[in-house]
Design a protein around this ligand. Structure first.
Ligand code: SAH
Length: 259
């Protein structure tokens, strides 16, 4: 069972958040936000890894608060010529960003596969609620079984969720794009709304580092739908990334306003 997504004790964290770090797996998901905010390229997060980052300030204007923003990408794999999607590069990049930039809030933004049976549709935006799960870490040994699934509690600030205009949904992470029959049963049993490839591992890192974490995922494809996930993903990626960008801008606009 998952725990409830909202904890009253952490609501109203806005005033404590001034430095926001974003981590995107794919360049296409976040480059619009980098341009829109006019962030400056900071180069590689580590000289030996392809992860890169950008940073700058969002001015609060009269009466508002300035926000310091950093955006990191897992980077392009030099051996295969594609973005380094998945848990390992995302967690490494997030770790390096946290050490370099010291965010008050870490946001993993990106795309996901949605489940119609939980109400998802293409272009819908979710924040991770309940617990973050891993669907492909099957370890049938005492204690390791629970470690594999993760169940990292999502701590959702309701005001932040509202500012994003997002619903709350259970996010499950795995390193494969195509689900097995066993994973399909897991999604149904756990009432997963979003399936993607990074959030739970970054949630786990954030818990270790004691940094507030928010996952914001926009639906590019529907897992429980006859159209293959692959073709829907490719067709919707750019359009849905624009929707995601608009919502993240809304979040920052709201963050700027003093209450
Ligand atoms: N094959 C794609 C790239 C991979 S898509 C291409 O043609 O370019 C997977 C990326 O998008 C991951 O970073 C993941 O977090 C997210 N994603 C979107 N839809 C997904 C789905 N249905 N299943 C898993 N990950 C998904």
């Amino acid at each position: 069972m998952t725990t409830t997504g909202t904890r009253p004790d952490i609501e109203g964290t806005k005033a404590e958040v001034q430095r926001i770090g974003f981590i995107f797996a794919m360049r296409a998901e976040g480059e619009g936000l980098v341009k829109r905010l006019g962030l400056k390229a900071q180069g590689r997060l580590d000289p030996d890894l392809p992860a890169v980052w950008f940073s700058g300030r969002v001015e609060g204007g009269s009466g508002g608060r300035n926000l310091e923003i950093a955006i990191a990408f897992a980077g392009e794999d030099p051996y295969h010529g594609c973005d380094r999607i998945g848990t390992l590069p995302a967690t490494l990049a997030a770790y390096l960003l946290c050490r370099r930039f010291r965010p008050d809030l870490l946001v993993n933004a990106g795309t996901c596969g949605g489940f119609q049976r939980e109400g998802a549709s293409i272009g819908a935006v979710y924040v991770g609620g309940g617990d973050f799960l891993f669907h492909d870490r099957r370890i049938p040994l005492p204690k390791f079984d629970a470690f594999g699934i993760g169940r990292i509690p999502a701590i959702v600030d309701e005001a932040m969720r509202m500012a994003l205009g997002a619903e709350s949904g259970v996010i499950s992470t795995g390193d494969s794009f195509e689900p097995t029959a066993e994973e399909q049963k897991f999604f149904e049993r756990e009432r997963v709304t979003c399936k993607e490839m990074e959030a739970a591992s970054i949630a786990s890192l954030s818990r270790d580092l004691g940094i507030r974490f928010l996952a914001v995922k926009a639906v590019t494809d529907l897992v429980d739908h006859p159209e293959p996930e692959k073709s829907a993903f490719a067709r919707n990626l750019n359009r849905v990334s624009e929707i995601l960008e608009e919502r993240l801008i809304k979040l920052l606009e709201w963050m700027k306003v003093r209450e």
